[in-house]
Write a protein that binds this ligand. Structure first.
Ligand SMILES: [Zn+2]
Length: 123
């Protein structure tokens, strides 16, 4: 599943969730139904991602060298239906529609080119 990287850059601890935070979450999940429910929801949401190798997950990221926005007219409108689409309301589903965003109004997909092969060339 997730193989540890060898070498000096190998991670030994979580960055956002330290060991004590993870232990507290485990204790809470064992003691409180509300915490167990959150644990189960998070675990279920993570399942599709566990099928990827580390390299496949890294390949989902694009580098800082990309010369375009990661959204469609980020805080503007849809080029297809021309309705307002404020920032972060573009619909994204990386598993169902990788490399595409969808207009919340007309459901048009962007970008219009096939970005995946372009990504394979290491943009
Ligand atoms: Zn639209």
């Amino acid at each position: 599943m997730f193989a540890a990287r060898a070498g000096a850059d190998a991670k030994t601890n979580g960055v956002y969730c330290g060991a004590s935070m993870i232990q507290n979450a485990k204790w809470n999940a064992a003691a409180y139904p509300w915490a167990a429910q959150i644990r189960d929801q998070v675990t279920a949401a993570a399942q599709p991602w566990l099928k990827f190798t580390d390299d496949e997950l890294w390949d989902l990221m694009f580098g800082h060298t990309i010369s375009r926005s990661w959204m469609v007219l980020s805080n503007g409108h849809c080029p297809a239906c021309e309705r307002d689409v404020p920032m972060y309301t573009w619909e994204m589903d990386a598993l169902a529609r990788p490399w595409k965003v969808r207009c919340p109004h007309c459901k048009e997909l962007f970008p219009k080119n096939d970005f995946r092969p372009r990504r394979a060339r290491r943009l």
